[in-house]
Design a protein around this ligand. Structure first.
Ligand SMILES: [Zn+2]
Length: 191
């Protein structure tokens, strides 16, 4: 649900005529309210050709997904991916390259753009965290049901193809350098 009233002055928002995209507008503040997807991050951990999945608590409870979560405001995207993995599975990981990026429309009211990173376990003990009831490795040809997100299925299909063809090892081998594990940080921000 979008805004119906201006969060600054409380006046009712209107739709300005003449635009092909309708966006709420506050005539008093002269402000347009844009609605954009948020960013989701996920980490792919494969060991012995098996993929790490978590069984969710809360939203989509009981369904399985690749460990994931939402980017917080003021948080670097790779740090967010590592944080979510740690919170859900107990594992610390080094991150590799981006494996996939998809728009998520499965929940029309909460649309996101998902970024799936390749990851490699550095440390930690596998243990379901606060957002998960179970955490386990599965062979890609025998994923558990139900899976929570359609785009995770796309990622798993691509992953299976990459593992079968040897591309996965190439991605992992050539790209897992210090360069990839170090977040670029805030070099572009002032200060
Ligand atoms: Zn206003």
């Amino acid at each position: 649900m979008g805004y119906r009233f201006c969060p600054h002055c409380g006046d009712a928002l209107v739709i300005r005529p003449g635009s092909s995209i309708t966006r709420p507008y506050c005539p008093r503040c002269s402000k347009v309210f844009y609605r954009n997807p948020t960013v989701g991050v996920a980490v792919i951990i494969v060991e012995s050709d098996e993929l790490l999945l978590v069984r969710r608590l809360g939203s989509h409870e009981g369904q399985w997904c690749i460990p994931c979560g939402h980017l917080e405001w003021d948080e670097e995207v790779r740090e967010a991916a590592q944080r979510e993995l740690k919170e859900e599975t107990g594992l610390l990981a080094r991150l590799g390259p981006v494996f996939a990026v998809h728009s998520n429309f499965h929940d029309p009211e909460h649309q996101t753009v998902g970024v799936w990173f390749l990851g490699k376990r550095l440390d930690g003990h596998l243990k379901a965290g606060t957002d998960a009831s179970e955490v386990r490795f599965f062979p890609l040809g025998r994923l558990p049901e139900p899976m929570a997100f359609p785009t995770d299925r796309l990622v798993c299909d691509k992953l299976e193809r990459c593992l079968r063809s040897g591309v996965y090892d190439l991605l992992l081998g050539s790209r897992f350098t210090e360069e990839w594990s170090t977040p670029p940080g805030r070099a572009c921000l002032p200060g």
